[in-house]
Design a protein around this ligand. Sequence first.
Ligand code: FES
Length: 146
Amino acid sequence: MYSEKVMDHFQHPRNVGEIENASGVGTVGNAKCGDIMRMFLDIDDKTHIIKECKFKTFGCGAAVATSSMATEMVKGKTIEEAMQITNKAVMEALDGLPPVKVHCSLLAEEAIHAALWDYAEKHGIKIEGLSKPKSDISEGEEEEEY
Ligand code: FES
C-alpha cells in the first residue's frame, strides 16, 4: 500500500537529528494520533537560504517518510521558496500516500512552518503568507519526550 519511495524514506530517513544552535526550531503535534515532529533549520541571515534542515519524529512511518522528504526538498531553498512546499508537493514527491495517512504529511508541512515562524520571531521579520501553525506545541516544550 505504500510506494517504494515512501518505504525507502521510512527505512532510510534522510537528515535525522538535531542542529545545534539552529536558526529556527518548530515542534508540532497531532492531537488525534499523538505523533510529534520537530524540525531544525539553519538559515543564512543574509541570503535567507536554508543551508541545513534536520528533523526528529516521534510518530508513524508515513510521518517519518514525509519529514525525510520534506527536509530534502527544503534544503538549499530560500525561505520564500520553502513556503511554497506544501504537504501535497511532499506527497507527490513520494509517489503518494494512502488517504488515511494524508494528515501525516500535513505534520511535516506544519513543522517547517513552525520552524520558520520561530526564525521570524527571533529575527523580528515577517514571512509572507506565514502564520503560527495551529499544531505548534513549542510552548512549554518537554525535552524528556525525546
Ligand atoms: Fe499520526 Fe501518521 S498517524 S502522523
